[in-house]
Design a protein around this ligand. Sequence first.
Ligand SMILES: [Zn+2]
Length: 175
Amino acid sequence: MKLRFIWFYILLVLLLWQCRSGIKVSSTTATQTGKPPMNDSNTDFSKLNDEDWKARLTPDEYRVLRQKGTERPFSSEFETLWDSGTYVCKGCGSELFHSSTKFDAGCGWPSFYQGISKDRIREITDYSHGMIRTEVVCAKCGGHLGHVFNDGYGQPTGLRYCINGISLGFVKKQP
Ligand SMILES: [Zn+2]
């Protein structure tokens, strides 16, 4: 009788432990997935602090968008995506680039010859790494996107917006 009670107790503990670790795993997954906050009109993105951004983004997204990191070349699925649609900011959902302006620059990062509109993307002179470059950031949330160069050869604007794919989300155009 006593032995059966002990077995019952062990099973109960195991069951509770499973439940707890189950909850823990799902919350970790939710944080790391970092769903792009599309159509998030209630948030004042200029007021978010580092902790807020860490909660909203995955560690890799945070490193690029908030710490001006650069993703590895050819690592983004968007580098070879040619579907019709709109590329949005991963930080705030702001529409940044149309797929019709995307071209294959062969540089390893998604490249566009122009943004959707001038007021969506802010350009800042960047003196880091011993170079003078023009950094591009999302005008709405200040997230780092990449750089713009004058070597968009053969493109209508002659520009190449060299963008980290991890800074973007993609909204596919409905047929
Ligand atoms: Zn943004």
